[in-house]
Design a protein around this ligand. Structure first.
Ligand SMILES: Nc1nc2c(ncn2[C@@H]2O[C@H](COP(=O)(O)OP(=O)(O)OP(=O)(O)O)[C@@H](O)[C@H]2O)c(=O)[nH]1
Ligand SMILES: [Mg+2]
Length: 490
């Protein structure tokens, strides 16, 4: 009796929740915006700047609703998902604005709800819509997304591809230690925990090495090997690809059988829940890429970035007949591929950067067999850390960017102290897009890169006469906003 009562109350509660959820949905439509990118791409900075600019009425001339004065107010509200960590907006903004340091790396999923009250542009809509939009912003690592294709791959497929990739010239030296270790192991030996661990550690060390600055390689799955979160050390994360696997089924009790089971566990306990609970509910998506770093590292890094973007796009809009299609409950209808950190370039190069991203995205769309959603690109800086100026050198006047390089950054043997403002000649991006993708154009021994890349501190914010701090400066953040949410505020 007692138990059926509980059941009844629970069910009634669920029904009520659903009802009130629907009602709330009716009065305040919500839009789920996914923000992703590989680690250090600029996700945290982008979300902080976006929210800060909307809350503080920043200068956003290309964001139509703001420009025409139709936004009455934007404010943070409690997020709808109780089990997802909140995006720590206040901490990140305090770091940026008060301390002028970049926020800490985040490495997991988080969420924030920003509600915008606006006046509709059309009289007709004004009569019917409440003029309120709840924007649920979800920040998650691109590395996790790149796991999606694993769902369609057996352990043997995964092993073969990982081995092939590891042997590519640009990765071969980084993976050598692990490949030697793996080659010496017979997959048919009895399963042994220490062997599994040694292999998993060797494999993760190679993946981590790919991420280092001078290589700037995008990673390959499994994504949690780089960002394990609370699964660190669990069996589902203690496996590695094995070389030269026979097609037949592994002998029960063998190392191969153990690795295969763990690989399957990783898919079941990590990959699937993540997609079901997060990715399939998104409406819009922005994919941030660190094109500046890849450009600095050369064509091999650009090719690698292109492959990562291809795989990321393939996850969002699987074509017909793809096994992923069944997983999706909503449809993402707009995707923005954004190169952030454009403030490292003079504005004359912004369009060139955008052309490079366009080229990268176009090829990725074509290769990913991608259908449906609108894909646009932008070269932007979520937070603009530099100003522009000119410097006279002999008879020439050269364009420079001015900012405070981070402590420890170096140019031509000078090391910066993190306090001194400095003018830097950033170099130009090539006029011809092709050259940055063409391996034959690069100087193979890493000669002078086309652009000189120094990291700057976040900018000092201007204050008005009344002492009010103005919003964070940016480059084309408004264009990104217009594409991502503009139509929902029409
Ligand atoms: N100049 C400039 N630097 C930026 C900008 N956005 C990001 N950065 C730099 O890139 C770094 C990484 O930015 P984050 O926003 O923390 O990147 P993330 O994608 O959240 O990184 P994880 O949390 O590690 O995945 C920052 O510490 C800054 O140094 C920008 O708009 N301008
Ligand atoms: Mg982050």
């Amino acid at each position: 009796m007692a138990s059926s009562l509980t059941t009844f109350t629970d069910e009634a509660k669920i029904a009520l929740d659903t009802l009130s959820g629907r009602a709330a949905g009716l009065f305040a439509p919500s839009l789920r915006l996914g923000v992703t990118g590989l680690s250090r791409a600029g996700k945290t900075v982008f979300i902080s700047a976006l929210v800060h600019n909307l809350i503080h009425g920043g200068r956003l001339p290309l964001f139509e609703a703001q420009k025409s004065g139709r936004i009455a107010r934007a404010f943070l509200e409690e997020q709808p998902d109780d089990a997802v960590p909140r995006f720590q907006y206040e901490d990140h903004v305090a770091a940026l604005v008060n301390d002028r340091v970049w926020p800490d790396s985040t490495r997991a999923i988080s969420e924030l709800r920003l509600t915008i009250e606006y006046e509709s542009a059309s009289g007709w809509n004004r009569m019917f819509s409440a003029g309120k939009l709840s924007l649920d912003i979800v920040d998650y690592p691109g590395e996790w997304l790149l796991d999606l294709p694993l769902l369609g791959k057996s352990f043997a497929d995964f092993s073969r591809e990982a081995m092939e990739m590891a042997a590519l010239p640009v990765r071969a030296d980084l993976s050598e230690g692990w490949r030697t270790l793996a080659a010496a192991i017979d997959p048919n030996v009895d399963a042994d925990e220490m062997t599994a661990r040694r292999l998993a550690e060797g494999f993760s060390a190679y993946l981590r090495a790919c991420k280092l600055d001078e290589r700037a390689l995008s990673t390959l799955p499994p994504g949690r090997f780089l960002m394990p979160g609370d699964l660190d050390g669990s069996p589902a994360l203690t496996f590695a690809p094995l070389p030269a696997l026979a097609e037949r089924r592994p002998r029960p009790g063998s190392l191969q059988a153990m690795m295969e089971r763990r690989y399957e566990a990783y898919k079941t306990h990590v990959v699937k829940p993540f997609f079901r609970e997060h990715i399939t509910r998104l409406d819009r998506q922005i994919v941030l890429i660190d094109a500046m770093q890849a450009l600095n590292a050369g064509p091999a890094a650009m090719a690698d970035l292109e492959r990562a973007v291809t795989e990321i796009l393939a996850c969002f809009r699987p074509g017909r007949g793809n096994f992923l299609t069944d997983l999706f409950s909503r449809r993402i209808d707009r995707i923005l591929v954004a190169a952030t950190k454009a403030d490292h370039l003079h504005h004359e190069s912004h369009d060139r950067l955008q052309a490079i991203v366009r080229r990268l995205a176009d090829r990725a769309v074509a290769r990913a067999n991608f259908t449906g959603a609108d894909v646009d690109v932008v070269a932007m800086a979520a937070v603009r850390a530099t100003r522009e100026g000119t410097v006279k050198q002999g008879r020439e006047t050269l364009p420079v960017i001015i900012g405070t390089p981070l402590k420890g950054e170096r140019i031509n043997g000078d090391t910066f102290d993190g306090k001194t403002e400095t003018a830097i000649f950033p170099g130009d991006l090539p006029e011809k897009v092709d050259t940055v993708f063409d391996p034959s154009v690069a100087s193979p021994d890493g000669g002078d890169p086309a652009i000189r890349f120094v990291r700057f501190r976040p900018p000092k914010l201007e204050r008005t006469a009344e002492g009010v701090t103005l919003s964070l400066p940016h480059i084309r953040l408004d264009r990104a906003l217009q594409f991502l949410i503009g139509d929902h505020l029409a």
